[in-house]
Design a binder for this molecule. Structure first.
Ligand code: ATP
Ligand code: MG
Length: 566
């Protein structure tokens, strides 16, 4: 591809509204332009990279036994009403009407469309399992579109859906898709972890998210420093055991703590370590009040509360609700003497506190000498806190560390959530109708592109891993007006192209400095410069990643490049 004939509008300045590397570089290196918030045009270079990522995705999907199809982006409201998500998906779903006032949605995801498609065509267990995928633009009116392609409102997704007659069959395909995802992200050159995730409101069981490790990631991953264990922090169970200290047990005593409300204030006022404080927070799990106790240096994990009570919504009670249920405002709440209408759940670590401190349910007072099993009615001790760095890894190997991650993929056992709601059944061997068992599997293709740039860049620009680079070779004629250089450039361009290399040829009438700076920004792995020694048939080869350069005879160029790219 000749650079004069394509469209790569590079920028010298860092765009003001782009605050992460991938967003800045994709704009600066001329890969994309914003059209509206969270909506982008992919320019020629980005189109090529997207095709390469998609090619990897297709190869691995096909190998995993998934067949490609393409469903409509415009979806009838009736399908979403059948699944119930028309009413629960909220404003993220882009809705519209056709000229007959019939309602539609732009596809945010395709469970409804595919379930109705398969429901209408597949009647017998003999046709199952079935695994289908597509690559397509998705639309989500995100509350905060940001970070360029990482969180867009229109973005490219690969989504796959599988249908089964048994959970064993789902497990088998899930395993294959999991492996395919690992292959895809490895082939894209990404440093990633597959983490155990929350199955949330979807009601499924197993679910893993594929996270690219990056400081700009929105999710926190808890991973073991020695094993493969990794989980979303909400999901990681705490397995630490706690020993009670052997100190003499004190009497419960009410002490004045004027205006001391926070853990820090109370700890310092009473000169007590935070580990001896019992943090007491009132939650509402659906309609039920739950007083949750954790150690002063720990944080309550509301997902664990949610799972413990099988609640659909868990939130901190308001000041008014707390005053009503406990009789005191937050800051002085504690488990001693609370009404039996309030269930009290304590974290395992609280059980081991000897002579602790908690709120006295009276403004300006706390209790000291609290020994929880003696002084309060605890309905259960459970793991209800967030895991922390330094905790034991839940698989028993090593200790936990935290990292930030960008979710690029998600595999999910849906079960019968959609098939039951939408009546997608098949006839089993005994002729009985059964709901199909489903799995779904998504990859953010455009997000993956940005995640690669996030991991592959330096101060000068993008540094593509070769599997997804837009071209193999950036051929630059330093001075396009010089006849020797122009001739040799043309010759090398056709030779390399014929040899099967993808070559971007900078034939523009620009200063060499401009061409080099653009080339650094664009990030193609190998650069070949045709300069002053063109007449002698000598060219310069430079590796983008290391900056290492060498002079090579034009006749040896092919072999040199082959070597560098392999
Ligand atoms: P997130 O938590 O980041 O919003 P999600 O859980 O909503 O993601 P899924 O519904 O599982 O995402 O979609 C599958 C994949 O699509 C995600 O793993 C992610 O890579 C990608 N994706 C989701 N939302 C966006 C978006 N707004 N922009 C770009 N990619 C996205
Ligand atoms: Mg989302």
């Amino acid at each position: 591809m000749k650079q004069s004939m394509t469209f790569i509008p590079t920028l010298r300045e860092v765009p003001a509204d782009a605050d992460i590397k991938s967003h800045q570089l994709l704009l600066r290196a001329g890969y994309m332009r914003q059209n509206a918030s969270g909506i982008y045009s992919y320019l020629p270079l980005a189109s090529i990279v997207l095709r390469k990522i998609e090619q990897i995705v297709r190869e691995e999907m096909n190998r995993a036994g998934s067949a490609e199809l393409l469903m409509p982006a415009m979806q009838q409201a009736e399908l979403w009403q059948e699944s119930g998500r028309w009413y629960t998906y909220g404003p993220e779903l882009m809705r519209m009407k056709d000229r007959h006032s019939r309602e539609f949605a732009l596809g945010a995801t395709h469970e409804e469309v595919i379930t109705s498609l398969v429901r209408d065509e597949v009647k017998s267990y003999k046709r199952l399992p079935l695994n289908l995928y597509q690559i397509q633009s998705k639309f989500r009116d995100e509350q905060r579109p940001r970070f360029g392609l990482l969180r867009g409102r229109e973005f490219i997704m690969k989504d796959a859906y599988s249908f089964h007659a048994s959970f064993d069959s789902l497990d088998e395909v899930y395993e294959k898709m999991f492996q395919a995802y690992s292959n895809i992200f490895s082939r894209c050159g990404l440093n990633f972890r597959a983490v155990i995730a929350d199955s949330g409101a979807m009601g499924g069981k197993d679910t893993h998210e594929f996270m690219v490790l990056s400081d700009v990631g929105e999710d926190t991953i808890a991973y073991s420093d020695t094993s493969q264990y990794a989980a979303n922090i909400e999901m990681a169970p705490v397995i630490n055991k706690y020993e009670k200290s052997s100190e003499a047990v004190h009497e419960l005593e009410k002490v004045e703590t004027p205006n001391q409300k926070t853990i820090e204030e109370v700890a310092s006022y009473l000169n007590t370590p935070k580990e001896k404080l019992i943090k007491s927070l009132l939650f509402k799990a659906d309609e039920k009040f739950v007083l949750v106790l954790v150690r002063g240096d720990h944080e309550v994990n509301d997902i664990k509360i949610k799972n413990l009570f099988g609640a659909s919504v868990v939130e901190l009670a308001s000041i008014e609700e707390t005053a009503q249920a406990i009789g005191v405002v937050p800051g002085y709440v504690g488990p001693v003497g609370v009404s039996s209408d309030v269930e009290v759940v304590a974290d395992i670590a609280v059980q081991a506190i000897v002579n602790g401190v908690c709120g006295a349910n009276e403004v300006n007072y706390h209790y000291t000498g609290v020994n929880i099993e003696r002084d309060a009615h605890i309905s259960q001790f459970a793991d209800v806190r967030f895991i922390e760095e330094g905790d034991l890894s839940p698989d028993g190997q090593g200790v936990i560390q935290f990292a930030k991650g960008i979710e690029v993929g998600h595999v999910f056992k849906l079960g019968t959530r959609y098939s039951e709601a939408m009546n997608a059944t098949y006839l089993d061997e005994n002729g009985r109708a059964q709901p199909m068992i489903m799995g779904c599997y998504g990859i953010g293709v455009s997000r993956t592109l940005a995640a690669i740039v996030e991991q592959y860049n330096d101060e000068k620009g993008i540094v593509w891993p070769s599997a997804v680079a837009p071209f193999h070779v950036h051929l630059i004629s330093a001075n396009a007006k010089n006849d020797d250089q122009a001739q040799l450039s043309e010759k090398i361009y056709s030779e390399l192209t014929e040899a099967g290399y993808e070559v971007l040829y900078d034939d523009r009438n620009e200063r060499a400095g401009v061409k080099f700076a653009d080339s650094d920004l664009i990030g193609i792995p190998v650069r070949v410069v045709i300069g002053k020694q063109a007449a002698e048939g000598i060219v310069e080869v430079k590796i983008r990643k290391t900056g290492e350069g060498m002079e090579v005879a034009a006749s040896e160029l092919n072999a040199t490049i082959q070597n560098l790219l392999s």
